[in-house]
Design a protein around this ligand. Structure first.
Ligand SMILES: Cc1cc2nc3c(=O)[nH]c(=O)nc-3n(C[C@H](O)[C@H](O)[C@H](O)COP(=O)(O)OP(=O)(O)OC[C@H]3O[C@@H](n4cnc5c(N)ncnc54)[C@H](O)[C@@H]3O)c2cc1C
Length: 335
């Protein structure tokens, strides 16, 4: 993104800091990257953005992050990640990046309060599930409203649940939910699905799954947890309440990459392009977590990518010190 004039004048007033490793994002990926970079004594700075702890801090309980046999609160897990990174010298800044210039070195990252000059950058801005934006949704998120069947399916053993969506993800996750739920009602606003033919065939032949077509979900009801949804048939306008214990929303997933448009390669779905070495097409800029991961989208995988990205950043800085300026990711010797 190019700087505009107002940003340049704001930039002039802001304090400038030089850092070896700047990490944008304070979710599991960013805070794990911070832990690894801090343990390499690089004093990484993490820009938190508006969601300290990332998406996971929105959920009541995480039961699939190893090391917590009884589960752990989502917010608590984020705080533990932060504490551990800070213990080794990571600096957490409550600030949001507003523009970046990755064409000259050190990289320039303009945040709301400070302008950073960074020798390496780890992008871990995550992704945002598309929300229905209906009454009850935000209030009941983590209390029956979910955006991840792998994360939350287990909580709905022998319960009736709703899936919203008609694409591959909706059907894949709906099929996954058949392991636990008593019934899965897929609510779709059209009369046909966008999902691939094989998935459709599997879903149509699954006795636990039924479909409600041409229907909009207009509200989620419940006091402390989801109890029902309100729906409206698009053609007839008829409204109805359907009792349910859970609402799984799969109507899209937006990686937070707008900031990097035109600066690093982004794929057709909007994710940052990366490989096993967490590199981008810009040497010294690394990717961690959901912002580069359309597949796994878990705390543990995002944290793993954060560790890998930081290890690569360390190696990149070492290569720079040795005068190797085209370092683009370690490939282990085959020996
Ligand atoms: C309700 C819910 C429940 C979930 N439950 C589970 C679960 O039980 N188990 C599980 O494994 N996974 C779960 N997930 C998925 C898991 O939370 C994500 O896979 C994980 O958080 C992704 O980590 P991340 O660090 O890549 O990105 P995110 O968690 O998305 O974090 C992105 C970070 O980037 C920051 N950011 C964005 N833009 C900027 C900017 N411009 N400047 C500075 N910072 C910025 C944000 O503030 C945030 O801190 C759940 C997700 C949701 C939404």
């Amino acid at each position: 993104m190019d700087f505009n004039l107002s940003e340049i004048s704001q930039k002039a007033e802001k304090q400038e800091k030089h850092v070896k490793v700047l990490i944008i994002g304070s979710g599991p990926a960013g805070l794990t990257a911070a832990l690894y970079a801090a343990r390499a004594e690089l004093k990484p700075v993490v820009l938190t953005g508006i969601e300290l702890g990332g998406q996971v801090s929105l959920t009541d309980k995480v039961e699939n992050y190893p090391g917590f046999p009884e589960g752990v609160g989502g917010q608590e897990l984020g705080e533990l990640f932060q504490k551990q990174a800070e213990r080794f010298g990571a600096v957490i800044e409550f600030d949001t990046a507003t523009s970046v210039d990755l064409r000259s070195r050190p990289f320039t990252i303009v945040a709301e309060n400070t302008v950073y000059k960074a020798d390496t950058l780890i992008i871990s801005t995550g992704a945002t599930p598309v929300h229905l934006v209906v009454p009850g949704e935000s209030e009941l998120t983590g209390r029956g409203v979910s955006y991840c069947a792998t994360c939350d399916g287990w909580f709905f053993k022998d319960k009736d649940v709703i899936v919203v969506g008609g694409g591959d993800t909706a059907l894949e996750e709906g099929l996954f939910l058949t392991r636990y739920a008593k019934s899965i009602t897929v609510i779709h606003r059209r009369a046909t699905l966008r999902a691939g033919a094989v998935l459709q065939k599997r879903a149509f032949s699954e006795p636990k799954i039924k479909f409600v077509w041409n229907t909009l979900l207009t509200g989620i009801l419940g006091k402390d947890k989801v109890e029902a949804v309100r729906v409206r048939h698009i053609d007839t306008g008829q409204e109805q309440e359907i009792p349910t214990a859970g609402v799984f929303v799969f109507i899209g997933h937006n990686p937070n990459t707008q900031l990097f448009q035109g600066q690093v390669e982004i794929d057709e779905r909007g994710y940052l392009k990366t490989g096993v070495a967490m590199t981008t097409n810009v040497p010294g800029v690394f990717v961690a977590g959901e912002v580069g991961d359309p597949i796994y989208r878990q705390v543990v995988t995002s944290a793993g990518m954060g560790a890998a990205a930081a290890m690569q950043a360390v190696k990149y800085l070492e290569a720079q010190e040795e005068g190797i300026h085209d370092y683009s990711g370690a490939v282990k010797d085959e020996a």
